[in-house]
Design a protein around this ligand. Structure first.
Ligand code: AMP
Length: 214
């Protein structure tokens, strides 16, 4: 199954995608994670991408498509796309790449959260550089012993978050209409709820339309 998670930055695509990947036994392809890993490792790709990411802008399509093609080599039974596609051109490219593999997008799930809640979620987000675990100062407070080493993603600062939301509204949100017009099964879920409730609803929607695990 090939599934796209749509939703503004901070809507919970990463969290839901990881749970779904485990449940469905297929990898998650998260372009933001791949880019952050390249930045951490100081590769040429990381150096190129960092200035776009820090500014809350999209990294050029050619770079992203190269990453996705590579990642798909390890995803023969399908993938969960998180943070990709981000614009109509990327969506069209994904359609052709999957077509070459004899596949197509089976479903698109849009995780919806109001903008102001997103700003609060993202500016409170902190990562533990040693374990990679993500906490939230209010909603998922870190244990005292890791608190001092937590870091904030450069692009989770308020000004950048607001800009990323604007980029989402103008550039990524049109994908909802794109997939609706393409006839791809499209579901909207309320992402402003507990993680397991959101996960439960997504699984239910998918199960109703495709046997989970197929
Ligand atoms: P994310 O973790 O998905 O919010 O991505 C973090 C940043 O990585 C974004 O703000 C972009 O700068 C870049 N990025 C991630 N995915 C894409 C994509 N599909 N197209 C362009 N830029 C991306």
């Amino acid at each position: 199954m090939d599934l796209i998670l749509l939703g503004a930055p901070g809507a919970g695509k990463g969290t839901q995608g990881a749970l779904l990947a485990e449940r469905l036994g297929i990898p998650k392809i998260a372009t933001g994670d791949i880019l952050r890993d390249a930045v951490r490792r100081g590769t040429e790709l990381g150096r190129q991408a960092k200035r776009y990411m820090d500014a809350g802008e999209l990294v050029p399509d050619e770079v992203i498509l190269g990453l996705v093609r590579d990642a798909l080599r390890e995803a023969e039974r399908g993938a969960i796309f998180d943070g990709f596609p981000r614009n109509v051109s990327q969506a069209e490219s994904l359609r052709s790449i999957l077509e070459e593999l004899g596949r197509r997008i089976d479903a698109v799930v849009s995780i919806d959260v109001p903008s102001e809640k997103i700003v609060r979620r993202m500016t409170g987000r902190r990562t533990d550089p040693e374990t990679g675990l993500v906490y939230h100062l209010e909603h998922n407070p870190p244990p005292a012993e890791v608190r001092d080493r937590l870091v904030q993603r450069d692009d989770d600062r308020e000004e950048t978050v607001r800009h990323r939301l604007e980029v989402y509204r103008t550039t990524t949100e049109p994908l909802v209409a794109f997939y609706r017009e393409s006839g791809v099964p499209l579901y909207a879920v309320d992402g402003d709820r507990a993680i397991d409730q959101v996960q439960g609803e997504i699984l239910e929607l998918l199960e109703r339309n495709t046997p989970v695990g197929s």
